[in-house]
Design a protein around this ligand. Structure first.
Ligand code: SAM
Ligand code: FES
Length: 358
């Protein structure tokens, strides 16, 4: 189809994406760039129909515990990168993490996500013992890790200790673009190898990218979609890039709500049963961003379970929301927001449709 034809035949493209979960690169690009009136309503309607076929109106909750803002890496976009001397550092003890889980369990969370910088304080043994303690106490809960890059042996130990899922965004599927966002010590190949290792071990794996990251083009996003289609992750975390004032990308514009929502819908149509969060970053650039994300096909939200005295320190980007609230307040607010758009937060592990409990 010629470019002008896309302008009039966009419904046909979306229908094909829904039915075949695939389009050519040129067609995907046309879908990302289409400005026809009615386009967003149509694609988000399709995305909701598909998510409801797999997950009904359920929205899964993940309790996010930000265990440390100490990181050996220096990703250029990230507010807690090692080179940021203005960042006030903290790390949570094992006892503090377990106490977050106690509070979270009472509130109805059945997945705990431990996320943090690559902080060498957390040895393999310590991570294993934290996972074991959580699983012993709460065998009905899933544990998700989002702690960055490790050797395959370490990922295996965490899995054997009971970790169920691992989130490691690929950030961009284009090597040259990856190198613009990261210092030379960080390697695109290693990132991809980590993702393959995680999958081979048997985790439910999440990857993803920032939308509107510096130097990102529509072609890069098409490469990202192609990567998602080939890698077939169980989860995809996407959110807008938001500048942080203490990074070299401080003056770069943030990604947009519209492009993030459109990508959520496209990803839902490419990977119909994927677990897709409406992220905090989306809620940061638009006060109703997470609700809009759910309406675009997302089916997961990740309220903050970190102790309130450290929340204001885990600042990946400027103006992050929910930094002052207590966990109980966060979950109440989230349940209300989700109900306001006709969906329901549920007390469930919320595994990928293709996975059972371990
Ligand atoms: N260290 C772990 C890792 O590398 O996967 C987990 C923490 S890392 C901060 C989690 C994610 O935050 C990154 O994968 C990145 O996509 C996102 N992030 C970092 N800086 C951001 C920014 N300025 N705007 C939006 N998202 C950002
Ligand atoms: Fe390590 Fe951001 S640079 S978490």
């Amino acid at each position: 189809m010629k470019e002008t034809a896309y302008k009039t035949q966009w419904k046909y493209l979306i229908d094909r994406l829904e039915n075949e979960h695939d389009l050519t690169d040129e067609e995907l690009k046309a879908v990302l760039l289409c400005d026809a009136p009615g386009f967003d309503e149509y694609i988000s309607g399709k995305a909701r129909k598909v998510r409801e076929a797999y997950y009904g109106k359920d929205v899964y909750l993940r309790g996010l515990i930000e265990i440390s803002n100490i990181c050996r890496n220096n990703c250029y976009y990230c507010g807690i990168r090692s080179g940021n001397t203005n960042c006030e550092r903290y790390r949570l003890s094992k006892e503090q993490i377990l106490s977050c889980c106690d509070i979270g369990y009472e509130l109805g969370f059945r997945t705990f996500v431990m996320q943090g910088g690559e902080d060498p304080f957390y040895t393999d043994e310590l991570i294993v013992s934290i996972i074991r303690d959580i699983k012993d106490k709460y065998p009905d809960c899933a544990v998700t890790l989002s702690l960055g890059e490790f050797e395959k042996e370490s990922y295996q130990k965490f899995f054997d200790a009971g970790a169920d899922r691992y989130l490691l965004r690929h950030e961009t599927a284009d090597k040259a673009h990856y190198e613009m966002l990261h210092p030379a010590e960080m390697s695109f190949e290693r990132r991809m190898q980590c993702l393959r290792d995680l999958k081979e071990i048997g985790y439910q794996v999440g990857c993803g990218m920032m939308v509107g990251s510096p130097y990102q083009t529509t072609e890069h996003l098409v490469e990202d979609l192609r990567f998602l289609q080939e890698f077939r992750p169980e989860m995809v975390g996407i959110g807008p890039f938001i500048p942080h004032h203490d990074t070299q990308f401080a003056d770069h514009p943030a990604g947009t709500v519209d492009m993030t929502l459109r990508l959520l819908s496209v990803i839902r149509l490419i990977l119909p049963d994927v677990l897709l969060p409406a992220t905090t970053a989306l809620g940061t650039i638009d006060p109703r961003g997470r609700e809009k994300g759910i309406l675009a096909g997302a089916n997961v939200v990740m309220p903050n379970l970190s102790p309130s005295d450290v929340r204001g320190k885990y600042l990946l980007y400027d103006n992050k929301i929910c930094t002052g609230d207590e966990a109980a307040e966060c979950i109440r607010c989230m349940a209300m927001r989700i109900a306001s758009v006709g969906y329901e937060t549920v007390v469930a592990r919320g595994d990928h449709a293709g996975f059972g409990t371990k």
